[in-house]
Ligand binder design. Sequence first.
Ligand SMILES: [Zn+2]
Length: 161
Amino acid sequence: MAVENESAEIVKARIDKRNYKRIVLRNSLQVLLISDPDTDKCAASMSVGVGYFSDPTGLEGLAHFLEHMLFYASEKYPVEDSYSKYITEHGGSTNAFTSSENTNYFFDVNTDGFEEALDRFAQFFTKPLMSADATMREIKAVDSENQKNLLSDGWRMNQDG
Ligand SMILES: [Zn+2]
């Protein structure tokens, strides 16, 4: 997707040798690119400005549930869990969390697997595949995670997950 507008003004520490660039895509997605020649991996993170504060009454846990569901499959990569498998097979790891006003998804991977990993990752957000079967499974998973968290004061203070 073409870049709508660029802003070169990034304030960084004098000892920070990384290169930064901020771009805004035509769909308004704000992107911060960071180049670090000293690292041996690539990584990406997507922060969505919606969290559990946006859960509708009667559907508590919806944001967290969606966080779980997006990882499963997309129209382009319909095999369930193939994203996680791809990341693992290319020396990386992936996770996500839902907080009060944000949901964050992230992964790291060996450089040779980055391009495809990023495409698989991007497909969650553009064309996720949510089968009825996976939906039922994840409703149970999110519920049991929540039951477990209810027993922990730390989680009760900060309902991330
Ligand atoms: Zn969870």
